[in-house]
Design a protein around this ligand. Sequence first.
Ligand SMILES: [Zn+2]
Length: 428
Amino acid sequence: MSAPTLQTVMDLIEGRTDELVALTQDLIRFPTINPPGEAYRPCAEYIGERLKKRGFTVEYVRGEGSPGDSDQYPRTNVIARWTGSEPGPCVHFNSHIDVVEIGAGWTVDPFGGEVKDGRVYGRGACDMKGGLAASIIAVEALIDSGLSLPGALEISGTVDEESGGYGGVAYLAERGWFSEPRVNHVIIPEPLNVDRVCIGHRGVWWAEIETKGRIAHGSMPFLGDSAIRHMGAVMEEFESRLYPAMAARHSDMPVVPEGARQSTMNINSIHGGQAEGFDGLPAPCVADSSRMIIDRRFLIEETLEDVKGEVKAILDGLAAQRHGFRYEMRDLFQVAPSMADRDGPVASTTAAAIETVLGRKAQFVCSPGTYDQKHVDRIGKLKDCIAYGPGVLDLAHQPDEWVGIDDMTNSAKVMARAAYDLLTRKRG
Ligand SMILES: [Zn+2]
């Protein structure tokens, strides 16, 4: 028998397509809906038991005290580590096991794992149980090939990514699981398409703006002061000044889709006056409060301070000019933008592997929204982290979500090649 090569690994992965599909189906059949965090523990244990049989050291870490953690809904994470023949770097594959709610419009069982026309269907198929399964098959094939591997390979299944990752990657990163020297390179198999390497994401700032008024009888509004009209003035300023200013800013971040390659702001909600949800007639009152929630996404070229300052300047300007204008602004959530070096080890080896496996050049992209890379970067202080996985980005969170079987096989090959190169490359 000839000595094993990387081709041995590729052949093993190709031969395990049925196993890859079955593994994806099994993972989809755990209805790990978040919130509330259903079936986390059995799903984590399923992954742990599989990898334990293959010689991994398996640990379960519950995100105790993190948002939503309870005995009914424990935030159970699993981390499995396989140690090679001699010392070396550690390549870690991190996947979130939680999925979002089902939503309407499904034509297949969301937790059935149905296979049809070369696709596996189900909630989480694309985001991101297909990616998790591909990474498991990739790592197992590397180990089983008989290639001599230095260093260590890790696979984690973590919780709560869809709700911020506080009981998952953030919790683990705070305890050293995502820092050197334990881990050196991280690949997160999020669905960014099989030929794209995602090197980072834009920043986020969520805030609530409240305008204040004074209640009065609706037939004599001049005796009160309408918080809704004040909010209207805020909207006008946003339309005439903020949106054009944001649209004029362009980024070196290769964000996809292209519409997100600039600063954006969504107005999540506006409420003012009487509460909704009552069937009867309203009473005539001038609104004494109006609240708006904004979701501002920003670029690596902007600072959070400037982003907040820009909105605050508009509100302060109104307070100076507009009679009776008073406001409060509250931060709800914020994440700094993150961008890894595309020439760094994990990005460049993954791009090279894409070219070898798929025969086309890899595209470097950034994600419009955030994912767990933010915690690896900010808390773990580990910069060599990317997202790379088989799912189609646009299908995430949609009804009839699916992942392509060919894409999973190809991405498993890419992951195995990249991991091998990272473990064996000459280190500077
Ligand atoms: Zn995801």
